[in-house]
Design a protein around this ligand. Structure first.
Ligand code: MN3
Length: 200
């Protein structure tokens, strides 16, 4: 089974003016596609691993043959992280439901959550991601380097922001702070609620 680039269920311009169409198109068709392609190359001579989903691969990195472990970690991680990220983006979705309750329980209120998430994203040195994850019975903010995923650590992602410059540089250049601020306008809280409700 070859891994394939998932189609977006919205247009590249759907997140304008917060994320511009050109950035979305390049991010999806070039960056994400490259992770998919390189993952397939890494698995070419490992027929048994081709049956596994990318989530299964990333959940069990330590069981993979050493010669492809880094390639799968980076490119499988890139594929998994981006597929998840695309599902989280939508304009004009109200913050409500169980995720609202969980965030208010953990962080007191939305503003405090936003502040902590923003701090984590600003402090992510270099390329990586910041996540809201379910861990045990609670939720917490974690940060990963490069294309590492909290899935590898047994955590269940609820929400994430891509902090690689390719996700914002065309429109925001070095202003990561503006990109992070704008991200709060395009969170699909309906999907985050689904992620919270889903297994594990
Ligand atoms: Mn990216």
């Amino acid at each position: 089974m070859k891994h394939t680039l998932p189609k977006l269920n919205y247009g590249y311009n759907a997140l304008e003016p917060f994320i511009d169409a050109k950035t979305m198109e390049i991010h999806h068709t070039k960056h994400h596609q490259a992770y998919v392609d390189k993952l397939n190359v890494a698995l070419e001579s490992h027929k048994n691993l081709q049956q596994l989903s990318v989530e299964e691969l990333i959940s069990n990195l330590n069981t993979l043959p050493e010669e492809i472990r880094t390639a799968v970690r980076n490119n499988g991680g890139g594929h998994l992280n981006h597929s998840f990220f695309w599902s989280l983006l939508k304009k004009d979705i109200q913050f409500k439901g169980k995720i609202k309750e969980a965030i208010e329980k953990k962080f007191k209120n939305f503003e405090e959550f936003k502040k902590k998430f923003t701090e984590a994203a600003m402090n992510r040195f270099g390329s990586g991601w910041v996540w809201l994850v379910k861990k045990g019975k609670g939720i917490e903010i974690v940060s990963t380097l490069n294309q590492d995923s909290p899935v590898s650590e047994g955590m269940k992602p609820l929400l994430c922001i891509d902090l690689w410059e390719h996700s914002y540089y065309l429109k925001y250049q070095n202003r990561r702070n503006e990109y992070i601020e704008t991200f709060f306008n395009i969170i699909n809280w309906e999907q985050v609620n689904k992620n919270l409700a889903g297994g594990k």
